[in-house]
Ligand binder design. Structure first.
Ligand code: GLC
Ligand code: CA
Length: 567
């Protein structure tokens, strides 16, 4: 089968299955629920679904700790219902990509159970085991690396007198990708799902899979974790990815998007530059998310529009003509974007403006469940309400450092990934319509579901939901969004983000205000707004002010998209 670059025309919708829709009434989202919502997903105008992990998992990290790569978590369904979802998606023109998590497995995976059973097991070398030292009769770990989730990166196994490496939680032992048998397993996993008909993979922290030779001690703390610089973008990464490409991926018309914390455009290009050496189609970088590495820089930097724009511009320019961007503002690892970059006081306006800020850039956009109705952060009073291992660990660290519980909770409320993981808000019925009224959802819904929900947005032509639909349709209808070059205006402004997409006979101007007050500004030269066709505006129903003498006034969080002919 010939490989095409179909992903360049795609718009993906990300499902974090546990919180999407409970179809069998046990309070946990599942694939039966997804089946019910396929028409809804298609109605957004998206063309693909990315599923966060659906595999059996003890949920140390909610599915990112996989116990079996070839089946479906019984909480979510089974292979048969997965097939029905896949067929149903394909019938509606939706591609399906799976999450591939091969930096680590669950400690409950049979490989790891074998691996820790004996040094002679053929599986022992599937993981990264080392002997440590000893100080005053107490075993000390092989090196000084930190785990990104739980204390140090090593766990001691007394029966073997060895330590295993876990960059993430203790229940997520790192695979030893240097072992050719492990790479052969990865190939088999890829083939299994591709043969079943899936269309590609989002590859979880794939840039962590090659560790520096000798696993040296780290005396520089980069991005808040010792060791990080010794496995981020490591020495054999390119070789591993080339093997998966040559032995498996080239034989299918599939796509890959690699998750790459801390990656910069120049570090990304060797992987994604189109040509014979390309090993990934797309990469998720973090440079616009306000932190290098969300796991270590736990509390993101205060929002700065200039920094956000600089990251957007850098990726748009550096990849232009060479590689393709992956565009996103939300996923299951970050607080909600309206609460971070927009304004809860101007929730709907800022949600729509944020949609415009990225949906018309060059690249393939991803929309995260709930983003399309402008869901916002929730509020946690005690750490007991917060399910995520990372939040629990950060909380414990702050308490150990002397913070009061109130202060530690302040940080958790600013940074927790859990904000993005509350149940999807379908209606104003009990539990937001996520699960039956008489069942407790696995995680409390955000109490604001009475106002923020899909059913309500469906009835309002000016809702956030219908704005997303219009924006996605517009993006897909206009060749300039796929092909045009990118040019940023107002680069020094701390309140406006203005960019144009330009090609020979069509141009697009996107204007976004990040201010909670009126802003008056001069429109860019060559873009007399009265000559353009206004394609999209988040104040449509309230009337639009036209420019006077080249100046225009934007209301709080206003955004507009204009289309122009030849310059
Ligand atoms: C990725 C996932 C995140 C997970 C981590 C470890 O960053 O997006 O949710 O916790 O990898 O698998
Ligand atoms: Ca369920």
């Amino acid at each position: 089968m010939e490989r095409t670059r179909w992903y360049k025309d795609a718009v993906f919708y990300q499902i974090w299955p546990r919180s999407f829709c409970d179809g069998n009434g046990d309070g946990i989202g599942d694939l039966w629920g997804v089946l019910e919502k396929l028409d809804y997903i298609a109605s957004l105008g998206v063309t693909g679904i990315w599923f966060s992990p659906l595999y059996p998992s003890p949920n140390a990290d909610f599915g990112y700790d996989i116990a079996d790569y070839r089946s479906i978590n019984p909480e979510y369904g089974d292979i048969d219902v997965f097939r029905r979802v896949l067929d149903g998606a394909h019938e509606r023109g939706l591609k399906v990509i799976m999450d591939l998590v091969v930096n680590h497995t669950s400690s409950e995976h049979s490989w790891f159970k074998e691996s820790r059973s004996s040094k002679d097991s053929p599986y022992h070398d599937y993981y990264i085991w080392r002997t440590g030292g000893e100080r005053a009769g107490v075993p000390i770990p092989p090196n000084n690396w930190d785990s990104l989730f739980e204390g140090r990166a090593w766990e001691y196994e007394p029966a073997l007198d060895e330590w295993y490496l876990h960059i993430f939680a203790k229940g997520q032992p790192d695979l030893n990708m240097d072992n050719p048998c492990v790479r052969a397993e990865v190939e088999e996993i890829l083939r299994f799902w591709l043969d079943l008909g899936v269309d590609g993979f989002r590859e979880d922290v794939i840039t962590f899979t090659s560790k520096a030779e000798g696993l040296p001690d780290d005396y520089l703390m980069v991005s808040g974790a010792r060791g990080l610089r010794f496995y981020e973008n490591g020495p054999r990464l390119h070789e591993f990815l080339a093997q998966f490409r040559d032995n498996v991926l080239v034989h299918y018309d599939c796509m890959t998007v690699g998750e790459a914390p801390m990656i910069t455009p120049s570090k990304a290009l060797p992987f994604i530059e189109e040509g014979p050496n390309q090993t990934l189609d797309l990469m998720f970088h973090f440079e616009h998310m306000g932190a290098d590495c969300l796991f270590t820089d736990y509390v993101p930097l205060p929002f700065s529009l200039r920094r956000l724009k600089a990251a957007f511009d850098r990726w748009q320019h550096k990849l232009d003509g060479r590689a393709w961007n992956a565009l996103y503002l939300e996923n299951h690892d970050h607080p909600r974007i309206v609460s971070r970059y927009g304004s809860e006081a101007f929730r709907e306006k800022s949600a729509m403006m944020l949609a415009c800020s990225y949906l018309f850039q060059k690249g393939t956009p991803f929309v995260y469940q709930g983003q399309e109705i402008g869901m916002v952060n929730t509020r946690f009073s005690t750490i007991g309400e917060v399910p995520d291992v990372s939040a629990k660990n950060q909380y414990a660290k702050r308490i150990a450092a002397g913070d009061t519980p109130e202060k530690a909770m302040e940080l958790v409320n600013r940074a927790a990934r859990d904000h993005a993981r509350t149940p999807m808000q379908w209606s104003d019925e009990a539990h937001a319509g996520f699960c039956p009224a008489d069942v407790e959802p696995w995680f409390a819904e955000n109490p604001n579901y009475l106002e923020i929900n899909v059913a309500r947005d469906e009835m309002d032509p000016n809702s956030v939901l219908n704005f997303y639909r219009k924006a996605i349709r517009l993006r897909r209808a206009l060749p300039v969004v796929r092909e045009g070059s990118y040019r940023a205006y107002k680069r020094a402004s701390g309140v406006l983000y203005v960019y144009a997409r330009e090609m020979a006979d069509e141009r697009l101007l996107v204007l976004c205000s990040f201010a909670d007050h009126d802003v008056r500004f001069r429109v860019p030269k060559g873009y007399g707004l009265e000559e353009g066709a206004l394609e999209l505006c988040n104040y449509e129903s309230e009337g639009i002010t036209l420019p006077m003498g080249g100046r225009v006034t934007f209301r709080p969080y206003e955004c507009r998209v204009y289309r122009f002919g030849k310059a």
